[in-house]
Design a binder for this molecule. Structure first.
Ligand SMILES: Nc1ncnc2c1ncn2[C@@H]1O[C@H](COP(=O)(O)OP(=O)(O)OP(=O)(O)O)[C@@H](O)[C@H]1O
Ligand SMILES: [Mg+2]
Length: 248
Protein backbone atom coordinates (compact mmCIF):
# COMPACT_ATOMS: atom_id res chain seq x y z
CA UNK A 1 0.00 0.00 0.00
CA UNK A 2 2.74 2.47 1.03
CA UNK A 3 6.31 1.78 0.12
CA UNK A 4 9.01 4.30 0.91
CA UNK A 5 12.53 3.59 -0.20
CA UNK A 6 15.81 5.24 0.79
CA UNK A 7 14.33 8.67 1.42
CA UNK A 8 16.80 11.50 1.92
CA UNK A 9 16.20 15.12 2.80
CA UNK A 10 18.64 17.86 3.72
CA UNK A 11 18.10 21.50 4.63
CA UNK A 12 21.00 23.69 3.56
CA UNK A 13 23.47 20.85 3.69
CA UNK A 14 22.18 19.53 7.01
CA UNK A 15 20.90 16.03 6.40
CA UNK A 16 17.67 15.46 8.31
CA UNK A 17 16.48 12.20 6.72
CA UNK A 18 19.34 9.81 6.07
CA UNK A 19 17.73 7.04 4.10
CA UNK A 20 14.33 5.97 5.39
CA UNK A 21 12.74 2.71 4.29
CA UNK A 22 9.20 2.00 5.35
CA UNK A 23 6.34 -0.09 4.09
CA UNK A 24 2.85 0.19 5.52
CA UNK A 25 0.08 -2.24 4.73
CA UNK A 26 -3.48 -1.22 4.05
CA UNK A 27 -5.31 -0.78 7.34
CA UNK A 28 -2.16 -0.68 9.40
CA UNK A 29 -1.58 1.88 12.15
CA UNK A 30 2.06 2.81 12.52
CA UNK A 31 3.19 4.99 15.42
CA UNK A 32 6.46 6.92 15.13
CA UNK A 33 8.32 7.99 18.25
CA UNK A 34 11.69 9.64 18.66
CA UNK A 35 13.55 12.59 20.15
CA UNK A 36 12.96 16.18 19.12
CA UNK A 37 14.80 16.98 15.91
CA UNK A 38 15.07 13.35 14.81
CA UNK A 39 13.14 14.12 11.62
CA UNK A 40 9.63 12.83 12.38
CA UNK A 41 7.79 15.90 11.10
CA UNK A 42 10.07 16.22 8.10
CA UNK A 43 9.36 12.59 7.25
CA UNK A 44 5.57 13.11 7.33
CA UNK A 45 5.89 16.34 5.35
CA UNK A 46 7.91 14.47 2.74
CA UNK A 47 5.25 11.76 2.47
CA UNK A 48 2.65 14.28 1.41
CA UNK A 49 5.10 16.47 -0.47
CA UNK A 50 4.85 19.54 1.71
CA UNK A 51 8.61 19.06 1.51
CA UNK A 52 10.29 17.52 -1.49
CA UNK A 53 12.66 14.68 -0.72
CA UNK A 54 16.12 15.00 -2.27
CA UNK A 55 16.20 11.38 -3.31
CA UNK A 56 14.44 8.08 -2.83
CA UNK A 57 10.95 6.98 -3.80
CA UNK A 58 7.45 6.93 -2.38
CA UNK A 59 4.61 4.77 -3.53
CA UNK A 60 1.08 5.22 -2.23
CA UNK A 61 -1.49 2.86 -3.71
CA UNK A 62 -0.92 2.88 -7.45
CA UNK A 63 0.93 6.18 -7.51
CA UNK A 64 4.70 6.27 -7.27
CA UNK A 65 7.20 9.09 -7.42
CA UNK A 66 10.98 8.91 -7.57
CA UNK A 67 13.05 11.86 -6.43
CA UNK A 68 16.37 13.10 -7.72
CA UNK A 69 18.14 16.39 -7.14
CA UNK A 70 17.21 18.90 -9.81
CA UNK A 71 14.24 16.96 -11.07
CA UNK A 72 10.85 18.53 -10.56
CA UNK A 73 7.60 16.72 -10.97
CA UNK A 74 4.70 18.22 -12.82
CA UNK A 75 2.31 20.02 -10.54
CA UNK A 76 -0.58 17.86 -11.73
CA UNK A 77 1.32 14.78 -10.65
CA UNK A 78 2.15 16.35 -7.29
CA UNK A 79 -1.46 17.35 -6.66
CA UNK A 80 -2.76 13.88 -7.50
CA UNK A 81 -0.17 12.32 -5.23
CA UNK A 82 -0.87 14.71 -2.39
CA UNK A 83 -4.56 13.84 -2.56
CA UNK A 84 -3.77 10.28 -1.57
CA UNK A 85 -2.77 11.52 1.88
CA UNK A 86 -4.62 13.44 4.55
CA UNK A 87 -2.75 15.30 7.22
CA UNK A 88 -3.67 16.30 10.78
CA UNK A 89 -1.22 18.66 12.44
CA UNK A 90 -0.48 19.69 15.97
CA UNK A 91 -2.19 23.04 15.47
CA UNK A 92 -5.58 22.75 13.89
CA UNK A 93 -5.16 24.84 10.75
CA UNK A 94 -8.89 25.27 10.25
CA UNK A 95 -10.09 28.20 8.20
CA UNK A 96 -11.03 30.72 10.91
CA UNK A 97 -13.85 32.37 8.96
CA UNK A 98 -15.62 29.16 8.09
CA UNK A 99 -17.82 26.99 10.27
CA UNK A 100 -16.91 23.44 11.22
CA UNK A 101 -19.21 22.19 8.49
CA UNK A 102 -17.77 24.55 5.87
CA UNK A 103 -14.26 23.52 6.85
CA UNK A 104 -15.10 19.89 6.14
CA UNK A 105 -16.89 20.80 2.88
CA UNK A 106 -14.26 23.12 1.42
CA UNK A 107 -11.70 20.65 0.04
CA UNK A 108 -14.42 18.37 -1.28
CA UNK A 109 -15.85 21.19 -3.38
CA UNK A 110 -12.63 22.91 -4.45
CA UNK A 111 -10.35 19.91 -4.95
CA UNK A 112 -12.64 16.93 -5.53
CA UNK A 113 -15.28 19.02 -7.34
CA UNK A 114 -18.10 17.36 -5.45
CA UNK A 115 -21.48 19.07 -5.77
CA UNK A 116 -22.18 21.27 -2.79
CA UNK A 117 -25.12 19.26 -1.49
CA UNK A 118 -23.20 16.01 -1.63
CA UNK A 119 -20.26 17.64 0.12
CA UNK A 120 -22.57 18.92 2.83
CA UNK A 121 -24.06 15.47 3.42
CA UNK A 122 -20.66 13.83 3.61
CA UNK A 123 -19.41 16.56 5.94
CA UNK A 124 -22.41 16.12 8.26
CA UNK A 125 -21.89 12.35 8.34
CA UNK A 126 -18.25 12.84 9.25
CA UNK A 127 -18.99 15.44 11.92
CA UNK A 128 -21.50 13.01 13.39
CA UNK A 129 -18.82 10.36 13.37
CA UNK A 130 -16.40 12.52 15.34
CA UNK A 131 -19.19 13.51 17.73
CA UNK A 132 -19.62 17.09 16.56
CA UNK A 133 -22.99 17.06 14.85
CA UNK A 134 -24.30 19.67 17.29
CA UNK A 135 -21.35 21.97 16.60
CA UNK A 136 -21.50 21.98 12.81
CA UNK A 137 -22.34 25.67 12.55
CA UNK A 138 -19.77 26.92 15.01
CA UNK A 139 -16.65 28.78 14.00
CA UNK A 140 -13.22 27.51 15.10
CA UNK A 141 -12.89 30.14 17.84
CA UNK A 142 -16.14 28.83 19.36
CA UNK A 143 -14.75 25.30 19.64
CA UNK A 144 -12.42 23.74 22.18
CA UNK A 145 -9.00 22.56 21.03
CA UNK A 146 -10.17 18.96 21.13
CA UNK A 147 -13.22 19.80 19.05
CA UNK A 148 -11.12 21.72 16.54
CA UNK A 149 -8.79 18.79 16.24
CA UNK A 150 -11.73 16.46 15.61
CA UNK A 151 -12.97 18.79 12.85
CA UNK A 152 -9.45 18.54 11.42
CA UNK A 153 -9.74 14.75 11.38
CA UNK A 154 -13.17 14.90 9.72
CA UNK A 155 -11.74 17.29 7.15
CA UNK A 156 -8.90 14.90 6.35
CA UNK A 157 -11.30 11.98 6.03
CA UNK A 158 -13.60 13.92 3.71
CA UNK A 159 -10.97 13.72 1.00
CA UNK A 160 -11.00 9.89 0.98
CA UNK A 161 -7.25 9.58 1.37
CA UNK A 162 -5.43 6.25 1.25
CA UNK A 163 -3.58 7.18 4.42
CA UNK A 164 -3.90 9.82 7.13
CA UNK A 165 -0.71 11.26 8.60
CA UNK A 166 -0.94 12.64 12.13
CA UNK A 167 1.79 14.86 13.55
CA UNK A 168 1.46 15.00 17.34
CA UNK A 169 -2.28 15.64 17.08
CA UNK A 170 -2.81 15.90 20.84
CA UNK A 171 0.36 17.59 22.04
CA UNK A 172 -1.12 21.11 21.99
CA UNK A 173 -4.24 20.07 23.90
CA UNK A 174 -5.13 20.48 27.55
CA UNK A 175 -4.85 17.05 29.18
CA UNK A 176 -8.59 16.64 29.64
CA UNK A 177 -9.16 17.04 25.89
CA UNK A 178 -6.60 14.50 24.74
CA UNK A 179 -8.84 11.48 25.30
CA UNK A 180 -11.64 12.57 22.98
CA UNK A 181 -9.22 13.01 20.08
CA UNK A 182 -7.45 9.70 20.72
CA UNK A 183 -10.85 8.00 20.84
CA UNK A 184 -11.73 9.29 17.37
CA UNK A 185 -8.34 8.12 16.09
CA UNK A 186 -8.84 4.73 17.67
CA UNK A 187 -12.26 4.35 16.02
CA UNK A 188 -10.69 5.28 12.72
CA UNK A 189 -7.96 2.68 13.12
CA UNK A 190 -10.55 0.04 14.04
CA UNK A 191 -12.48 0.83 10.89
CA UNK A 192 -9.41 -0.01 8.86
CA UNK A 193 -8.04 3.42 8.00
CA UNK A 194 -4.33 3.35 7.23
CA UNK A 195 -2.57 5.73 9.60
CA UNK A 196 0.93 6.96 10.35
CA UNK A 197 0.93 8.73 13.69
CA UNK A 198 3.73 10.68 15.33
CA UNK A 199 2.80 10.69 19.01
CA UNK A 200 4.25 10.09 22.41
CA UNK A 201 0.93 8.94 23.85
CA UNK A 202 2.16 5.56 25.00
CA UNK A 203 -1.22 4.17 25.96
CA UNK A 204 -2.60 4.97 22.54
CA UNK A 205 0.44 3.40 20.91
CA UNK A 206 0.06 0.25 22.99
CA UNK A 207 -3.64 -0.11 22.33
CA UNK A 208 -3.87 0.94 18.72
CA UNK A 209 -0.53 0.62 16.94
CA UNK A 210 0.20 -2.44 14.86
CA UNK A 211 3.78 -1.29 14.75
CA UNK A 212 5.93 1.22 16.61
CA UNK A 213 8.91 2.85 14.94
CA UNK A 214 11.71 4.57 16.79
CA UNK A 215 13.45 7.29 14.81
CA UNK A 216 16.69 8.94 15.83
CA UNK A 217 18.97 11.28 13.93
CA UNK A 218 17.21 10.86 10.60
CA UNK A 219 17.06 7.09 10.63
CA UNK A 220 14.70 4.35 11.69
CA UNK A 221 16.68 2.75 14.47
CA UNK A 222 14.26 0.07 15.58
CA UNK A 223 10.72 -1.12 14.90
CA UNK A 224 8.37 -3.78 16.15
CA UNK A 225 5.09 -4.43 17.90
CA UNK A 226 4.30 -2.10 20.83
CA UNK A 227 5.40 -4.91 23.15
CA UNK A 228 8.67 -5.36 21.28
CA UNK A 229 9.50 -1.69 21.57
CA UNK A 230 8.07 -0.70 24.93
CA UNK A 231 8.88 -3.84 26.89
CA UNK A 232 12.00 -5.25 25.31
CA UNK A 233 13.67 -2.73 23.02
CA UNK A 234 16.95 -4.09 21.67
CA UNK A 235 18.64 -0.83 20.82
CA UNK A 236 20.39 1.21 23.47
CA UNK A 237 19.12 4.52 22.08
CA UNK A 238 15.52 3.29 22.05
CA UNK A 239 15.80 2.18 25.64
CA UNK A 240 17.34 5.45 26.71
CA UNK A 241 14.66 7.47 24.95
CA UNK A 242 11.85 5.43 26.52
CA UNK A 243 13.40 5.74 29.94
CA UNK A 244 13.49 9.52 29.65
CA UNK A 245 9.96 9.57 28.33
CA UNK A 246 8.65 7.54 31.25
CA UNK A 247 10.49 9.72 33.74
CA UNK A 248 9.00 12.87 32.18
N1 LIG B 1 12.16 23.97 6.80
C1 LIG B 1 13.28 23.70 7.46
N2 LIG B 1 14.42 24.39 7.21
C2 LIG B 1 15.57 24.10 7.87
N3 LIG B 1 15.68 23.14 8.79
C3 LIG B 1 14.59 22.42 9.08
C4 LIG B 1 13.34 22.66 8.43
N4 LIG B 1 12.43 21.79 8.94
C5 LIG B 1 13.09 21.05 9.85
N5 LIG B 1 14.39 21.42 9.94
C6 LIG B 1 15.40 20.79 10.81
O1 LIG B 1 15.34 19.40 10.62
C7 LIG B 1 15.54 18.69 11.83
C8 LIG B 1 14.38 17.74 12.08
O2 LIG B 1 13.22 18.50 12.34
P1 LIG B 1 11.80 17.83 12.52
O3 LIG B 1 10.85 18.93 12.74
O4 LIG B 1 11.54 16.91 11.39
O5 LIG B 1 12.02 16.99 13.85
P2 LIG B 1 10.95 16.26 14.79
O6 LIG B 1 11.46 14.89 15.01
O7 LIG B 1 9.59 16.42 14.22
O8 LIG B 1 11.09 17.08 16.15
P3 LIG B 1 9.96 17.45 17.25
O9 LIG B 1 9.79 16.23 18.10
O10 LIG B 1 10.58 18.58 18.03
O11 LIG B 1 8.71 17.86 16.53
C9 LIG B 1 15.72 19.76 12.90
O12 LIG B 1 17.09 19.93 13.12
C10 LIG B 1 15.11 20.99 12.28
O13 LIG B 1 15.72 22.16 12.76
MG1 LIG C 1 7.84 17.32 14.88
Amino acid sequence: MIAIHDLHKAFKGHEVLKGIDLTVKKGETVVIIGPSGSGKTTFLRCINLLEFPDSGSIQIGDRALTFQPGIRHRSKEVTAFRQRTGMVFQGYNLFPHRTALENVMEGQIVVLKRPKEEAREIAMDLLRKVGLEAHADKYPHQLSGGQEQRVGIARAMAMNPDVILFDEPTSALDPELVGEVLKVMKDLANEGMTMIVVTHEMRFAREVADRVIFMDDGRIVEQGTPEDIFDCAQNQRTRQFLRRLTEA
